[in-house]
Design a binder for this molecule. Structure first.
Ligand code: GLC
Length: 455
């Protein structure tokens, strides 16, 4: 009831002020600045699931693998070639400005020396060491912001499945990994779980003081059960500048669509998380890697709609990123470097209909960047620009392009169509970006055309 009311209130406020997304809190915009400008982050799902390539945590919940068999992967987790400096260099080369590492997935295995339980790679695997501090240090050395993924839920802690979700979501067939098998709630144990959860977060705070908390696994409890409001306050007391993703039952700062580019960009800050192949963690059998062209397309679409892309890699158990995934990141790096002007610090582009592809706009709105995803057969067309065009150039070579203005009806205030000549020798091997320089901030014709009524 209360949450429905809150949601409605947020939607109304959102409509009044134009920007607020109902699933997150109105974030302090100054702390969000680096995030909005970053555009690209790298997600790292690193954990014991890489040993046999079982896939992260879910086989436990779905009863695909007995818990003990899944956990037997602990014995094979060595981190023997763990080198976060080389990760950080690779991510930087890709053009990323931040990264997010799974400190603990739903399986409950901590990648640091937690004092709250014995289930960590330090105590239970041959790796025998903390992987979080060196990661945070390596990122900061390369000037990247530090993100920590943390699963609220924990299928290894017996105190987790001790209450229902208060919404009666699945009363007939409750999954015992989520809810009490006995059907009887035990709030004392649930409170003990919350203390465990807060204790682990405090440890991570002390180890890494993250710039961004990337939470997951909030779905089987309400905000009240999680005490999310208090958690938000606590995290912000530890570090007022910390950014929180939305998987906090309404108490985060930005929304996180997953695996599919939104058709229309969400309001406010957002980030699409997406795998390079079909798996979050390393799975040898998954060879369905997305092509670099496709990843660049997705990235361009995200930034065109004002979002970031958090591209996921799944390192092997020894800590190495596969040559295929490294090659994709390097290829992305060649492209982001050449086109950085159209990426970092730009803003949401123009609505579809003016140009057949993604666009971004410079801060002063005097440069419109058009991402030519498919090689053109004829001129590149842009409709509806009212401004005087100073010049048009290709990013990279900065060569001036010839253009023509066609049609329009000045007496009806309908601007002409812009036809740009993009020669084949100016095409990028992935996506070509054209910069249209305007004399004044972009003004668009958004009308439906007009009929001549008087001659
Ligand atoms: C989903 C999955 C989880 C994955 C996450 C990444 O929430 O449960 O396995 O880590 O997405 O966004």
């Amino acid at each position: 009831m209360k949450s429905t009311f809150l949601l409605i209130a947020f939607v109304i406020a959102g409509n009044l002020f134009g920007q607020q997304n109902p699933y997150v809190q109105p974030a302090d915009s100054s702390k969000m600045q680096w995030f909005k400008e970053a555009k690209l982050g790298i997600f790292i799902h690193y954990g014991i699931y890489a040993v046999n390539g079982t896939g992260e945590s879910w086989p436990i919940y779905n009863n695909e693998i007995p818990y003990a068999d899944y956990m037997s992967q602990l014995k094979g987790f060595t981190a023997s070639k763990y080198n976060p400096e080389s990760w950080a260099r690779l991510f930087k080369e890709a053009g990323a400005r931040y990264a997010v590492l799974t400190t603990k997935h739903h399986d409950g295995v901590a990648l640091w020396d937690t004092k709250m339980s014995d289930l960590s790679v330090v105590k239970k695997t041959p790796a025998r060491r903390d992987l979080i501090k060196p990661y945070a240090e390596a990122l900061r050395k390369e000037g990247l912001k530090v993100g920590l993924y943390f699963s609220h839920l924990d299928w290894s802690n017996p105190d987790y499945a001790t209450v229902f979700d208060g919404k009666d979501r699945n009363p007939k067939n409750p999954n015992p990994w989520d809810y009490p098998k006995s059907g009887v709630e035990d709030t004392v144990r649930w409170n003990r779980f919350l203390a465990f959860n807060r204790g682990q977060l405090k440890e991570l705070q002390e180890i890494a003081n993250p710039d961004l908390w990337w939470f997951d696994g909030d779905w089987s409890r309400t905000a009240q059960q999680w005490k999310m409001k208090e958690l938000r306050q606590t995290l912000l007391t530890w570090n007022p500048k910390a950014i929180l993703n939305s998987r906090m039952q309404g108490y985060g700062d930005y929304v996180t669509p997953e695996q599919g580019v939104p058709v229309a960009g969400p309001q406010g800050p957002w980030e699409l998380c997406m795998t390079i192949n079909d798996s979050w963690g390393y799975r040898g059998i998954d060879t369905n890697q997305k092509s670099l062209d496709y990843i660049i397309r997705i990235f361009s679409e995200c930034i065109s709609m004002g979002g970031n892309l958090l591209l996921d890699v799944g390192p092997k158990e020894d800590g190495t990123i596969t040559p295929e995934q490294s090659a994709t990141l390097k290829g992305l790096g060649r492209w982001t470097k050449k086109h950085s002007e159209a990426i970092y610090g730009t803003q949401r582009g123009i609505l579809p209909g003016h140009f057949y592809g993604p666009t971004t706009l410079s801060k002063d709105k005097k440069t419109l960047y058009c991402f030519v995803l498919d090689n053109p057969k004829a001129e590149v067309v842009v409709k509806g620009i009212r401004n005087k065009i100073k010049a048009i150039r290709v990013l990279g070579s900065n060569q001036d392009l010839k253009f023509k203005l066609n049609g329009g009806a000045s007496w009806l205030n309908i601007p002409p169509v812009l036809l740009i000549d993009l020669p084949a020798d100016q095409l990028d091997r992935n996506t070509t970006v054209i910069a249209i320089e305007l004399d004044t901030p972009l003004e668009l014709y958004r009308g439906e055309g007009g009929a001549v009524e008087k001659n």
